[in-house]
Design a protein around this ligand. Structure first.
Ligand code: HEM
Length: 467
């Protein structure tokens, strides 16, 4: 360890601390190490040093107060190689990341204000979810695919200006490939790839992630080709057209925009916007079914605010403090991206008195903040009171950071919050969700990956008007 580097467990040659971390779910190991070494400690992934940061104070100092110094991404890892280092999520701190991030934020905002607002797009997709639920009315339904497809279609509407039927082969392939890759990215084979570079060219199971990514790239490329044939320059229909307009506008001005990056960029946005939102919704409905009094109290507030209105608007959240508190509590408990996306220091820096050299991998343990003792009224149980003050008004504690914070904060936060609100409100207005009698005790333990996923479960759906 370099001088004044954060402390950590002893390491093995070549492997570093890889064997001290469970490959199935390292979250408990990371917590155990925090108890021994404190909120800032170090680990070695193979020979690569990493600093794990826990707790609100340390995380805030790093990614907010010293934001730019902690805004890089580690390079030369499994995930970089699979995505050919051309997307936005894993782009290092620099011109390409800055320009592409700014472009995405601006374009998402413009689509929100365009002819058909983002709210309408989400509400249109919810109609399809309602149809699926109506068909299962009175019966049992497994909601995994339903929420996944809905979240995927919303981002497809933004990116490609179209949605796909729930049984569409193309979308099934993309979802399947990304689900597999997301689990692999935090799994044992990725660890082998990262810690033992000599294994990289061998025909080991991690090669499947490369094939999966290629399949998705080919699909994205077809969509780009189709857009190029049908677009009217200057009259963009969607995100993809906007990017093509940007390419026309920029010509060879030395910027980082290029057609080569486009396919990976849209795959990045599709991936980031699908698994996250759908797993949060899945967690939400799992808890709402098992806390029926919370579900009912939401329904009372929704009925009171919406009255005869058949569509909710995002503005309605300001009149629904309880529903807002429930959705935020769902996000706290869901802990959807438990270790955020790994960062990297962009220069030599310090944290809580330790020295951290440029190029050190930074693992922000968001779990440790969402579950930090002293930050929440009720840390270990599902309780919307965590987001309500004594007057029943909605409040958001600083430790609520499921989207991370600082310069790399999730760029889809606005879209995700709108989706979570409109889905929760509209579905709870129309249906009662019931934990099936024969389902046994619910298992709330999630399956670990880049995103945490609830174990598959079934739901029973009843139309509320038939009650
Ligand atoms: C509940 C849903 C979501 C959660 C919990 C979530 C969470 C996160 C987190 C923790 C990060 C890492 C931030 C960091 O590195 O510090 C992130 C990054 C990102 N998210 Fe989300 N996200 C969600 C939905 C979305 C959606 C709908 C989009 C679609 C546009 C999106 C796009 C992105 C992108 C592009 C990044 C990379 C940003 C960058 O590197 O500058 N996310 N998200």
């Amino acid at each position: 360890r370099p001088k004044n580097f954060p402390p950590g467990p002893p390491t093995l040659p070549l492997l570093g601390n890889v064997l001290s971390l469970s490959q199935e779910n390292p979250l408990e190991d990371l917590e155990r190490l925090r108890l021994s070494y404190g909120n800032v400690y170090s680990l070695f992934i193979g020979s690569r040093p990493a600093v794990v940061i826990s707790g609100l104070k340390a995380i805030k100092e790093a990614i907010v107060i010293k934001g730019a110094e902690y805004a890089g991404r580690p390079q030369d890892m499994f995930v970089n190689d699979v995505t050919e280092n051309k997307g936005v999520i894993l782009a290092d701190y620099g011109l390409r990341w800055k320009e592409h991030r700014r472009f995405a934020l601006m374009t998402l905002r413009n689509f929100g204000l365009g002819k058909k607002s983002m709210e309408d797009k989400i509400n249109d997709e919810i109609e399809y979810t309602i149809k699926t639920l109506e068909q299962s009315q009175g019966g049992i339904l497994s909601p995994q695919v339903m929420f996944h497809n809905a979240a995927s279609n919303i981002i497809c509407q933004v990116l490609f200006g179209k949605r796909f039927e729930y049984n569409d082969e193309l979308i099934k392939v993309i979802v399947q490939c990304f689900t597999e890759n997301s689990k692999m990215a935090n799994g044992p084979w990725a660890m082998v790839y990262d810690s033992l570079p000599i294994t990289r060219s061998l025909p080991l199971p991690f090669r499947k992630a490369f094939t999966n990514y290629k399949t998705c790239q080919n699909i994205a490329m077809e969509l780009v080709t189709e857009h190029k044939k049908t677009r009217v320059p200057g009259e963009p229909r969607d995100f993809l057209d906007c990017y093509l307009d940007e390419l026309d506008k920029r010509g060879n001005d030395g910027s980082s925009f290029s057609e080569e990056l486009l396919t990976n960029y849209i795959l990045d946005l599709h991936f980031a916007g699908t698994d996250t939102t759908s797993n949060t919704l899945l967690t939400g409905f799992l808890y709402l079914m098992n806390y029926p009094h919370i579900q009912e109290r939401c329904q009372q507030e929704i009925d009171q605010v919406l009255q005869g209105k058949d569509r909710a608007s995002f503005e309605d959240r300001n009149s629904m403090p309880y529903v807002q508190a429930v959705i935020h509590e769902v996000q706290r408990i869901a802990n959807t991206v438990p270790l955020s996306v790994f960062h990297c220091t962009t220069k030599d820096t310090e944290l809580m008195g330790y020295s951290i050299p440029k190029g050190t991998m930074i693992i922000q343990n968001l779990t440790s903040v969402l579950r930090e003792e002293g930050q929440w009224k009720s840390t270990h149980e599902f309780n919307p009171e965590n987001f309500l003050n004594e007057h029943g008004e909605f409040v958001k504690p600083d430790a609520f950071m499921p989207f991370s914070a600082g310069p790399r904060v999730c760029l889809g936060e606005g879209l995700a919050r709108m989706e979570l609100f409109l889905f929760t409100v509209t579905l709870l207005k129309k249906f009662k969700f019931i934990w099936p009698e024969d389902a046994g005790e619910p298992d709330f333990t999630p399956v670990y990956g880049v995103t945490l996923t609830p174990k598959p479960y079934n739901m029973k759906v009843q139309l509320r008007s038939s009650e």
